[in-house]
Design a protein around this ligand. Structure first.
Ligand code: BGC
Length: 960
């Protein structure tokens, strides 16, 4: 048959050759030393009974043959291999290679048997083979990365750089050969027993990166012949990297080395592992605050979650901290208002600010921060919590908050962001129902959260008291499940604001992960699960999120270390934050900086400026280091506590700056005496203040004394002083926009915010020019409350009935509102003066939107045209094509640049289309996605949002 086929194919010229081949077919031969371990390919190494080997040689077969059945055949395509009378089971026979199983029967035989190959009646010369009890070889990945038997994880996925093993977590499956005979050997070629481990004579040892690994399972790979499988746990202390060596040893024999990728475990992997060890009761213990029942928390703070020592789960100690450590945990550095940090427009400064909060929380043993207040109070500048927030623009607020949180989490404290969402007024805060359209919220309040979450890796989000579109925020599936955990892929946990939980089942199903501060609702989660109303998987998800937050922030790896706070370092940062964040609003006739050498007398008036600066109230209230300078009043609302004045004397700091001047103080309670002092002084510095707190909104935007009875009329005080002294300077200690009926009659106004306990020194530095002001308003100052979207704050009908607050302005918050309405505010967003002047020139726009890293760049020259060093915040605003339906312009980028007098610098501000702030996109409600609108975009550059201070830097086109 063979000959005739060949004949038909090749024709008569080949006839002779075909006959010659048939008559002279060579005998099979096995190469000397050609029988080797199939896994390790180690030439000359002995072979273990039962293992897979390859015999190389010449086996003149037609096509290769592959064994299709178990038990394995002992003849493939006419070829057989034999150790004497012992037939060898075969997997594969090809012309140059035969794969075989070393017969079990050779176990324990102390001789070198000879292997022969027989084919078509011819037999090869014998080759002796070394048989050893053990001769392990580990299969490795072939050049395609898909080879059979390579090291896998328990899902049978290859361990590769893209799918690394996790130290301490992953169990790996090592496929190998040569672990030797098993007891009760199966006959040659038989399938492996179902429980081969029971029959393994000796357990192998495995090292991963030289670290001994726990062997979980060892034996024949189930269902296989000749192929062994060893399962091991990758040790927690394994080295990491993409080439960590795995070596297996058994019976004194050592395998080849195979490298695998090992990485530290992710917080998710660690959380999952810990979760497998927890009972349902233990899980439930982590999903609510135990402040009411626990005996442990002697550290103060706002909340406490009882840990589980048996599983190494630490207690959670929760403390506020938006402007320093709050809740009376202990004396701590009173930082300037968060809004002052935003006014620096400087994320590096903001990171330092967050570091103070994180380090001091940690020093007090607090490991969860309830900070990160990012509500866009520009919607309601009378909101009592403005001092905790970062202004009206979602991008500025998002970036500054992200810097705070990143710094806090770097101190191994779980960071928080709050209050999610649209908690923009305190009047009726538990029943206010924020009504807003989807696009409006996505591009305003929610965008701030989106940026904060994306840029900081924050681990907790606090849902707010209020309702959003008729549903309480803490059981609002759209906010929590669809947007936060869905669209934004937030991996951490959602905790309720204090008492903001309203249900067990709804809250659990709709996204709340932890009730605070007690278990009024989540105490019933066990019953809700038992009755099938809440799936166990949802509880597992809650706990997973909490545990992964603890791992991610380092609560397991960096155990608490209580200690003294570094007051000197932290107060220096507090002073720097104030110096960078104070905003010079007016400086007529170069009134400032004050010239110490020329000053003989200074009047300091009002706001306890002889001894103190003001701080804000509520849960964010800091008890300042050294204790308050004084406490007074008991403002009602919120009817919670006395007002705290931080110990920092502007008067002393001013006196230190002007040692040759006589400095007198008047308390400002009587405008006539204050005016008399002013009249007798070269300059008058009036300190006006507006106390605000959580739990209240300001009655108006005028400076309104809510502390004293009878109240001090500060507007009248400033007017009287200004009338008495043409060199009147006003320093404002407040936290939001104010109206200033006296603005035209004073020479200078410095917005100092609540300046923190280094405020006195910082204010003096700014007034005397030791530091050049560079802060810019993060919130628009309206000319009057009539310019606000809601001149009157919506009020609750009672304490329990939800009432609507219509955010009809949608995304037009702050400057976008004023732009859209054509209103001219008192001071625009982004505004702030300096003691020097700056000029923008040669502005140009470079369009890189079609590059792999789509962006546009604004390049320009910035020149310090004045006579002192200073910093300017160059701001980039974008006007979208009209068809996009966006606000007239949006802040999309900025850079703070410091220049010596006369110096010029070329500056490039890059606006990345893929940034978390979606600078080039609008929220498309139809597709539920951020989209770019086609059309022409105009790029504006300047130093405030007011059109007068902006130049058109250029345009670019998207689409056709
Ligand atoms: C506030 C939160 C604060 C919590 C704990 C609530 O009243 O709204 O901002 O974190 O109390 O102090």
């Amino acid at each position: 048959m063979l000959e005739s086929k060949a004949l038909r194919r090749a024709g008569c010229a080949c006839l002779v050759a075909s006959f010659t081949a048939a008559w002279a077919q060579p005998a099979p031969s096995i190469n000397s030393g050609g029988v080797i371990n199939a896994a390790s390919s180690a030439a000359g190494a002995p072979l273990a009974p039962g293992s897979i080997a390859s015999a190389y040689g010449s086996f003149p077969l037609g096509a290769p043959s592959v064994a299709a059945t178990v038990p394995l055949p002992t003849n493939l395509g006419g070829l057989s291999l034999n150790f004497g009378a012992l037939d060898v089971p075969l997997f594969y026979a090809g012309s140059g290679q035969v794969n075989l199983q070393v017969p079990w029967e050779l176990a324990g035989q102390a001789f070198r048997p000879a292997l022969t190959a027989s084919l078509a009646g011819q037999t090869s010369a014998p080759q002796t083979v070394n048989i050893a009890p053990f001769a392990p070889g580990i299969f490795s990945v072939n050049s395609q990365g898909t080879g059979p038997g390579a090291i896998q994880d328990s899902s049978y996925q290859l361990i590769t750089a893209a799918n690394p093993a996790a130290a301490g977590i992953t169990a790996i499956l090592i496929y190998c050969t040569g672990l030797g005979a098993v007891t009760n050997q199966p006959p040659s070629g038989a399938a492996a027993p179902s429980n081969p481990l029971a029959e393994t004579m000796t357990m192998p040892t495995v090292t991963i990166g030289d670290v001994p690994a726990q062997v979980l399972w060892s034996g024949l790979a189930p269902g296989s012949v000749g192929l062994y499988q060893v399962n091991v746990q990758v040790p927690a202390n394994s080295p990491t990297g993409n080439a960590v060596p795995v070596i297996l040893s058994i019976g004194g024999a050592t395998s080849n080395t195979v490298e695998i990728a090992v990485q530290p475990p992710t917080p998710d992997q660690r959380a999952d592992q810990l979760l497998t060890q927890m009972s349902q009761d233990q899980e439930i213990q982590l999903v609510y605050g135990s402040i009411a029942t626990a005996t442990v928390p002697t550290r103060g703070g706002a909340g406490f979650v009882q840990g589980i020592p048996a599983l190494g789960i630490p207690n959670l100690y929760l403390a506020d901290g938006s402007v320093g450590v709050g809740n009376g945990v202990g004396q701590a550095t009173a930082l300037p208002s968060s809004i002052a940090s935003a006014a620096s427009w400087d994320v590096t400064e903001a990171f330092k600010y967050g570091t103070v909060i994180g380090a001091e929380l940690r020093a007090y043993g607090m490991n969860v921060n309830l900070g990160g207040n990012i509500n866009l109070i520009g919607r309601e500048p009378r909101d009592g919590r403005t001092f905790e927030t970062k202004g009206e623009d979602p991008i500025l607020a998002g970036k500054i908050t992200a810097a705070h949180i990143s710094a806090i989490q770097a101190q191994h404290v779980i960071g928080g962001i709050k209050h999610y969402a649209l908690n923009d007024q305190e009047s009726g805060r538990t029943t206010a129902d924020a009504e807003i359209d989807e696009r409006g919220m996505r591009e305003s309040d929610l965008l701030a959260f989106e940026i904060g979450v994306a840029d900081s890796g924050v681990q907790s989000v606090m849902c707010s008291y209020n309702l959003v579109n008729d549903v309480y925020a803490c059981e609002n599936a759209h906010l929590l499940n669809d947007i936060l955990k869905g669209d934004w892929q937030f991996p951490g946990f959602v905790m309720s604001d204090w008492g903001a939980t309203h249900s067990t089942v709804n809250a659990a199903l709709n996204g709340l992960d932890q009730e605070q501060p007690d278990n009024a609702y989540f105490g019933s989660l066990g019953q809700a699960i038992a009755s099938g109303q809440v799936p166990q998987s949802r509880l597992d998800d809650m706990v997973h999120r909490i545990l992964r937050a603890m791992y991610a922030a380092g609560l397991f790896d960096y155990p608490e270390s209580l200690g003294p706070i570094d007051t000197a370092t932290d107060q220096a940062i507090a002073q720097g934050a104030e110096e960078q964040g104070a905003v010079l609003l007016k400086n007529a006739g170069g009134q400032l900086p004050l010239n110490a050498a020329a000053l003989k007398s200074i009047a300091i008036i009002g706001s306890h400026a002889d001894v103190a600066v003001l701080s804000g109230g509520g849960s964010a209230q800091v008890t300042p280091t050294g204790g308050p300078a004084l406490t007074e009043g008991y403002p009602c609302p919120p009817c919670w506590a006395q007002v705290i004045w931080d110990p920092s004397s502007p008067l002393q700091a001013i006196q230190a700056m002007a040692p040759n001047a006589t400095v007198h103080f008047d308390p400002g309670t009587n405008a006539t005496t204050a005016a008399a002092l002013a009249a007798a002084s070269q300059v008058a510095i009036v300190f006006v203040s507006q106390w605000t707190s959580e739990g209240m909104d300001m009655p108006s935007l005028n400076f309104t004394d809510v502390i004293h009875t009878p109240p001090i009329d500060q507007d009248a005080l400033v007017a009287a002083v200004a009338a008495a002294n043409p060199n009147t300077i006003v320093v404002m200690e407040n936290s939001s926009a104010q109206v200033m009926p006296w603005l035209g009659s004073v020479n200078a106004v410095l917005e100092a915010w609540f300046p923190g306990q280094q405020g006195g020194a910082a204010i003096a530095s700014l007034l005397f020019g030791a530091v050049n002001p560079s802060g810019k308003l993060p919130i628009t100052f309206p000319a009057s409350v009539d310019q606000l979207p809601r001149p009157v704050i919506a009020q609750p009908p009672d304490s329990t009935t939800p009432f609507p607050v219509s955010y009809f302005e949608g995304f037009n918050v702050g400057y976008k509102w004023y732009d859209s309405q054509g209103l001219t505010p008192l001071f625009p967003f982004g505004f702030g003066l300096s003691y020097t002047t700056f000029a923008f020139s040669n502005a140009a726009v470079v369009n890189n939107l079609s590059s792999g890293n789509p962006n546009f760049q604004v390049t320009f020259n910035l020149t310090n045209t004045g006579s002192v060093a200073g910093a300017e915040v160059a701001q980039v605003y974008l006007a979208f094509p009209a068809s996009a339906g966006e606000p007239p312009k949006r802040l999309v980028g900025w850079q703070k640049v410091t220049l010596q007098p006369g110096a010029a610098q070329q500056v490039t501000i890059e606006v990345d289309a893929n940034d978390s702030s979606h600078p080039l996109s609008y929220w498309d409600v139809n597709s539920g996605a951020w989209l770019m609108a086609p059309g022409v975009y105009t790029v504006y550059l300047g130093n405030s949002s007011s059109s007068a201070s902006l130049i058109a830097a250029g345009t670019f086109q998207i689409g056709s």
